[in-house]
Design a protein around this ligand. Structure first.
Ligand code: UDP
Length: 380
């Protein structure tokens, strides 16, 4: 590593390795897709060189004010997402694994980059870390879900201090040995989100339509209040959606599909509130910040990332998890929330620039740790 790379203003060469569960642009990768896109654009605008490695068929939205980021399109079978597995399940990879192929690409490309950045919630990149000659930074996107992953994370924390980052303290606390993470939060390009002062009388729910997201509780809320609920998001399992609709036949609910950020923010902005009803410890909850950026208050269970994003009584309401009656009570109090305060909160804490600063510092710190002089000091 040269001293030039370590200086605080030198351009970095970054290789971003995406999630292997779906091509970028499908929404099936969840919040990772937006996080990776925002960081790629932000780092490019700062003069760093970014290349993305992602499953074949990946697409990114075009940014008006940044050059397109190159994507190495990797063929292979997609990985099953960790949320569908049990804690003690063994790690499995399909034949012709796209995850294996992506990391084989990384192995060959590593000599042209300063940092490899892993966005996948998978065991293989953690396990492979010591086999790489370049530092691997792991942005872990979910809480503890797998014993094998937990062990691999612990090993990386021990062998390569400073290389692990997460989105929230609540997420970090789910891991058995919670030390060793840098908490980065997240950030958005707020210029893509328009403030809406005058909402319609409807509520919004955004996310993958999957059991861990607890859509059924938001639908129960719609059934009780008879306030229309708009639902947006990728649908990995249509049977789950049909089943919860049948449970609440009188709920005024409309599924509006998986939209681009531009379309989503326009429609979401007109809601009285975003309702977040996760059944798991949500690592962050990009959608909470997206709602605030539009001036939409957030009603969320006091659990995981949203409980760190929402200021109770100021930018929304935090309620006892799994209590639909409390969601109803929170809707009654929405008049107390100032929508302009929601937008201000997003601007003060969740801009793409602020996230870019924290992330760039993380890369520079870990390069510093790996510099020959730092290694000599440790072992000298
Ligand atoms: N999303 C979108 N269009 C939609 C619905 C959702 O682009 O119609 C995106 C949303 O912007 C967010 C992601 O889907 O980035 C959901 O991420 P979140 O962090 O809320 O949850 P995850 O799926 O990662 O658990």
């Amino acid at each position: 590593m040269t001293s030039q790379i370590l200086s605080d203003c030198s351009a970095l060469r970054l290789l971003f390795l995406s999630t292997p569960v779906a091509p970028l642009g499908t929404g099936l990768g969840g919040g990772v897709e937006l996080t990776l896109y925002n960081l790629a654009i932000e780092m490019t605008q700062r003069g760093h060189r970014v290349q993305i490695v992602a499953p074949e068929g990946s697409q990114l939205p075009q940014s008006a004010d940044a050059a397109p980021v190159a994507i190495a399109q990797i063929p292979g079978k997609l990985q099953t997402s960790a949320q569908t597995q049990h804690y003690t399940d063994p790690i499995t990879l399909p034949p012709e694994s796209v995850l294996g192929n992506m990391w084989d690409y990384a192995r060959q490309a590593q000599h042209d980059v300063d940092v490899l950045v892993n966005f996948a919630y998978d065991w293989l990149p953690l396990y492979l870390t010591p086999f790489f000659q370049r530092p691997v930074a792991h942005l872990i996107s979910m809480g503890s879900l797998s014993a094998a992953m937990d062990a691999a994370i612990q090993q990386v924390a021990r062998m390569f201090p400073g290389t692990l980052a997460a989105h929230s303290h609540a997420q970090v606390d789910t891991f058995p040995d919670a030390g060793g993470f840098r908490v980065l939060g997240n950030g958005l390009d707020l210029s893509r989100y328009e403030f809406c002062a005058e909402p319609e009388n409807r509520l919004g729910w955004v996310g993958r339509l999957a059991p861990e997201k607890g859509l059924e509780d938001a639908i129960a809320l719609a059934a009780q209040t008879q306030i229309p609920l708009s639902v947006w998001g990728a649908m990995p399992d249509p049977a789950y959606w049909q089943q919860i609709q049948q449970r609440y036949p009188d709920a005024p609910v409309e599924y509006r599909g998986f939209l681009s950020t531009e379309e989503l923010q326009q429609d979401l902005g007109r809601c009285r509130a975003l309702v977040m009803t996760p059944k798991w410890v949500e690592a962050f909850g990009n959608v909470a910040v997206e709602a605030l950026a539009c001036g939409v208050p957030v009603i969320a269970y006091r659990r995981g990332g949203p409980s760190e994003i929402v200021t109770d009584g100021e930018t929304g309401w935090l309620v006892e998890p799994d209590q639909v009656a409390e969601l109803v009570a929170a809707v009654d109090k929405l008049g107390q929330i100032d929508r302009a305060a929601c937008r201000r909160r997003a601007e003060a804490h969740y801009s793409k620039q602020a996230m870019g600063d924290r992330t760039e510092q993380w890369f520079r710190d870990l390069l510093q740790k790996r510099s020959p002089s730092a290694i000599a000091q440790t072992f000298g």
